[in-house]
Design a binder for this molecule. Sequence first.
Ligand SMILES: [Fe+2]
Length: 291
Amino acid sequence: MAGMSDIAFFEAERSERLFADRLDTTSDERLALVLCKIAEHLHAIVRETRPTLKDWRAAIEFLTEVGHLCDDRRQEWVLVSDLLGMSTLIDALNSDRPANATPNTMRGPFYRPDVPVMNHGENICLDGAGTPVDVTIRLLDLDDRPVRGARVETWQANAQGYYENQQPDLQPEHNLRGHFVSDDAGSVSYRTIRPSGYEVPKDGPLGDLLGKLGAPLCRPAHIYFQVTADGFETLTTQIFDSEDPNLGKDPLFSVKPGLVGDFAATGAGSDAALKLDIDFRLNPHKQEHDA
Ligand SMILES: [Fe+2]
């Protein structure tokens, strides 16, 4: 029988150690380390903020409500991860690139992989609604040499801030989605419309909480791109409208240097349009990171 001296009694000031000491750290060292770190930080938060039992029940209820909102069509936990900046932090740590390579952002939930390849110059706005924009993209390596044969997929919201797959009854199939291959000069060009920003879903528990605390919930207008090319890391990124008033307050923290684009006026009269010129600099492939 164990004597009293063998028992590790609970102590509030070092409560996380009691938990950590009970784990078998040899069976999965990494898992044990992560779980210990989670416990360490959680215990420290509790000691620092001293929640009452009522506070703690409210926290459990919040987490329960988040879980109840998740199903095949809605993933509230992803929104929690996004709005706390976790998704962007994890993406950033997993896509560390040289300073002159275009940075990655998250791909988001609206990508579709099934858009057929189109010809350069095509208009991807299939319902004619919105201010026309002529987009020219140059794909370059880190020494500014053109990357030919690169696959560029793009998708964006319409002028009301909705993606085609959010409004299957209102927008044509594949509206505002493009799929192009870069030419010998490493270029891709097409016509689209200027997208609008939009609010992230705020009808769930986190939107409610952040709304109460005055956190911004409007995403600045952006166009998504995914670029794949032999010999290079896949680039998934967004270009943000430099004139959007919410540019500095993206609730998903995706706005990074090099990802802001100017929609510049061009032409006159019936030819009046906007143009957007973008350079993407691709990072060479790293076998161990590009799954
Ligand atoms: Fe978006």
